[in-house]
Write a protein that binds this ligand. Structure first.
Ligand code: HEC
Length: 192
């Protein structure tokens, strides 16, 4: 009697272990698929709420102010764009000026054109994840060693505090965006 009870309990335990194992295997497989998908979704969410569009997306003037042009989203200052002259402007008195689409900024450091961060090769399409992390964490242009620092108003000092997971999520989302071909002019750094 005792022996058969022991045998029974061994069988039940084995059954539980088997059930747990097979359950786990299934869960791991689906969790991996969901996590890839959710990485992009999280990146989409972060890009939207942090406000990357404020500076990186060209805009047209609407009744309530600048509105993102959806087909040019995140493609930066347009290669075909131009800026009004700043000769004799308030910049000399210490003001910082932004172009009407908020994709160009003129200040005491020079003129900054917001980069194309779409998935196009003229954007971050050819970037490796390590480059993106370096650009965000260390403020290095193109995310490469030996390049100039990223200029204002790119607030990389704030974004440097994002978790690894969130930076990777943003990169995954940017890689998934509609590619927009646009070679942004070089920012002009007048070191004070
Ligand atoms: C307040 C304006 C502003 C906001 C908000 C902003 N950026 Fe930028 N960003 C810029 C400007 C301007 C540049 C170009 C800086 C330069 O040329 O030195 C830039 C450059 C970059 C670069 C480097 C591109 C390169 O070619 O080196 C990356 C990557 C980037 N931004 C990603 C982002 C992401 C992602 C967000 C949102 C999480 C964001 N930026 C929000 C203004 C902004």
């Amino acid at each position: 009697m005792r022996k058969s009870l022991l045998f029974c309990s061994i069988l039940i335990s084995a059954g539980i272990v088997f059930a747990c194992n097979s359950g786990n295997t299934g869960k791991t497989a689906s969790a991996t698929i969901i996590s890839q998908d959710s990485l992009v979704k999280r990146g989409d969410y972060l890009v939207s709420i942090i406000g990357c569009d404020d500076c990186h997306s060209p805009k047209r003037m609407g009744p309530m102010g600048p509105e993102v042009i959806p087909e040019l989203r995140l493609s930066g200052f347009q290669a075909t764009g131009s800026l009004p002259s700043t000769e004799g402007s308030a910049v000399k008195k210490g003001w910082i000026l932004m172009g009407p689409g908020l994709t160009a900024t003129v200040g005491p450091w020079g003129t900054t054109y917001a980069s194309n961060i779409t998935s196009d090769s003229t954007g971050i399409g050819g970037w490796k994840e390590e480059q993106f992390i370096k650009a965000i964490r260390e403020g290095k242009s193109k995310g490469l060693d030996g390049t100039r620092p990223l200029l204002p108003p790119m607030p990389w000092q704030n974004f440097a505090k994002l978790s690894d997971h969130d930076i990777k999520a943003i990169f995954a989302f940017l890689k998934s965006t509609k590619s927009v071909k646009n070679v942004v002019p070089q920012s002009v750094f007048n070191r004070p």
